[in-house]
Every structure is written in structure tokens, then in C-alpha cells.
Write a protein that binds this ligand. Structure first.
Ligand code: CP
Length: 341
């Protein structure tokens, strides 16, 4: 049973939280946006361990801590910090000088909470779906941990996106289309997995629009279906763009690797050669609601994923969407590090 205003022990997945806990975080995010609390986390220190690059997550996390009166320490393994080994049982005679089994408990002694970004390996679908690397690291961390994007989830993005949907006045039962989009590289499943779940948990009619061979893995869809069953929403997949976009309130674009060819770069490249038309353009909105908005987590490749005409149109809400990362994460940090209720 969720207790509103209670401390969070960790923040690994939105699916770990009850609807009341998500509502509590969203209400707190809105409150912190309206009424700053510059001393709420005075003296607290957040460690940020980034195995992979970032603009939004890194800057918004540091800014969030600073705005709440705390501070942060950023570590980028292999770039100013020892290259860290994450694999179990390996002979460490290569470039990686330190194992996370020592590094993470050491860091946990210096900070009050630790955020970790570690993208999918992209070779072993089962391991990435199980979030093996992130789970192994959090298991050896005695401090509270935050998922800054793991192999299969991006809860900070999801919470910010939920706030964006609320801010935009998107109806709770509105139709959200998550579309696969063109991209030069096979990308992780973390964001599509997080988005399909959050929209289902919000009670929306969720349609995943994707080419053949890009159906989301069954565990991702099953988690979203479970959330929809509790919220009164629904989740389905289709390859029919016109039908998917009919009456849509939100079009959320993201590229992801083909689960059917996971880790097979040559097969992926061959598939993508014919998928350049999966670049979101204004005609895609022809059958959508007049006020249908465009979302993307960013970074986005202009005129590959989405055209300039969409990104520069009033439909696009990608900038306020990115700004909501800040308020959402401030709420998470507030609950995690014991700010006043
Ligand atoms: N959306 C997102 O997480 O952006 P970054 O990769 O720049 O952090």
C-alpha cells in the first residue's frame, strides 16, 4: 500500500510504483516547479555514473540537485575515471582497471544516492530484457540507486513524459501512438519499453506502430498490458499507419533495434535500407486529432527520424518535454533523499 509523501528506497522502474506513488511524484514535480525549495536537500550528494553519453539526463540531474540545495559528483568510466569492468568472472588483463564490484561500493560511501546509466549491450536480447548489467551493479550498491537509462528502462524519461502529457492536457483515455522511426543505427529498447508502459499505466489507448520485424518483445508488451489492465487502458501493435493515427492525441517517435535480428548488424542494415519513409512528416497527422502533439525523448536526428516541418511546427512539444525531466527528477530526488514532505 503506497504511502503518499513516503521516501522512495530506489528508483529503478516506474512499474515498481503504484499509481498513487506516481501521482505523488507528479504532484511534487508540479509543486517544485511552482515553488522552489532551495534547501530541501542541503548537504546531500548524488553520484552520477555514466557509462554512456547524455545531454539531458546528466545536465538535468546535476541541475536538480543544485536547485534543491545538494551537489553531485559525475563519473564517466574510461574518460577521466578508471575504465570499469562490469562482466562477472572475467580475467581482468585488458583495458578495464577496476571492477564495479569494488568501484560501486566505494562510491556509495562517498554519496547519499547513486544514479547509473548503462545502455543495452545490444547483442544478447535475453540479457538486455533481464537488465542483467544494471541489476548486478545495483545489487552491490548499499546506497539508494536511480536508473538513468538501463538496457530496458528509462523511468526518469517516463516520469517526465507523464508530466508532459498532463501539462499538455492530453486526455487520460486519449490515444497515444508510439511509432518506430528511421535511424542509421539499431538503438536500445529502453525508451520504447518505458513509454509503452507509462502510457498504458496512465490509462491511454496505446498503439505501437512499427514495420514488420520491429514488434516489441513479448515481455515489454506483457508489462504494458498488465499496466493497462489495472488502469483501464489498452495496448496493441500494428503496421497500418493510417489506422493507427486515426484520432491520435499524441504521436511519440522512437527508433529501436529489431528484436527479430537482435545483435545482427548486417541483417539490421539490410532491413533499414528500405525503411527511410519511416521519417515522421506532417502528412502522418492527416487523420489525427487537430491538436495531436509530437513527442520524442531526444536526441533526435532531423530529417531522418522526423522532418524539420514537424519539429519546427506547433505540434512539437519536445522542448517542454525535455524540460520536464528536471522537475520530475527533482521530485524523485526529494523523495529518495528525504526532503520535507
Ligand atoms: N532523453 C535522454 O535521456 O536524453 P540524454 O540521452 O541526452 O540524457
Amino acid at each position: 500500500m503506497a504511502v503518499i509523501g513516503a521516501a522512495l528506497p530506489r528508483f529503478h522502474a516506474l512499474a515498481d510504483l503504484g499509481r498513487e506513488e506516481v501521482r505523488d511524484l507528479l504532484d511534487l514535480a508540479a509543486r517544485l516547479q511552482r515553488a522552489p525549495e532551495p534547501r530541501a536537500l542541503a548537504g546531500k550528494i548524488l553520484g552520477l555514473l555514466f557509462f554512456d553519453p547524455s545531454l539531458r539526463t546528466l545536465a538535468s540531474m546535476q541541475s536538480a540537485m543544485a536547485r534543491l540545495g545538494g551537489s553531485s559528483v559525475v563519473l564517466t568510466p574510461g574518460r577521466g575515471t578508471w575504465a570499469l569492468e562490469t562482466r562477472e568472472g572475467v580475467v581482468m588483463d585488458g583495458a578495464r582497471a577496476e571492477h564495479v564490484r569494488e568501484a560501486i561500493p566505494v562510491l556509495a560511501g562517498y554519496v547519499d544516492a547513486l544514479g547509473i546509466r548503462a545502455f543495452a549491450g545490444g547483442e544478447d536480447l535475453a540479457a538486455d530484457l533481464a537488465d542483467s548489467a544494471f541489476r548486478a551493479m545495483t545489487a552491490v550498491c548499499p546506497a539508494p540507486t536511480i536508473n538513468l537509462e538501463s538496457a530496458i528502462d528509462h523511468p526518469c524519461q517516463a516520469l517526465g513524459d507523464w508530466k508532459t502529457l498532463d501539462d499538455l492536457g492530453v486526455p487520460a483515455r486519449g490515444k497515444l501512438v508510439l511509432t518506430w522511426a528511421n535511424h542509421p543505427k539499431p538503438l536500445p529498447l529502453a525508451v520504447p519499453s518505458a513509454v509503452v508502459h507509462l502510457a498504458a499505466a496512465r490509462g491511454m489507448e496505446v498503439v505501437v506502430l512499427r514495420p514488420d520485424a520491429y514488434a516489441l518483445p513479448e515481455p515489454v508488451m506483457a508489462r504494458a498490458r498488465d499496466a493497462a489492465a489495472r488502469s483501464g487502458g489498452s495496448v496493441r501493435e500494428t503496421g497500418d499507419r493510417e489506422e493507427a493515427m486515426d484520432g491520435a492525441a499524441v504521436l511519440y517517435a522512437k527508433s529501436w533495434a529489431s528484436p527479430a535480428h537482435y545483435g545482427d548488424a548486417a541483417a539490421e542494415a539490410a532491413l533499414r535500407a528500405g525503411l527511410a519513409p519511416w521519417c515522421v512528416d506532417l502528412p502522418w497527422f492527416a487523420r489525427a486529432r487537430a491538436d495531436c502533439r509530437f513527442l520524442h525523448c531526444l536526441p533526435v536526428r532531423r530529417n531522418v527520424v522526423v522532418t524539420d516541418t514537424v519539429l519546427d511546427s506547433p505540434r512539437s512539444a519536445v522542448i517542454p518535454q525535455a524540460h520536464n525531466r528536471l522537475w520530475a527528477q527533482m521530485a524523485v530526488l526529494h523523495r529518495l533523499l528525504g526532503g520535507t514532505p
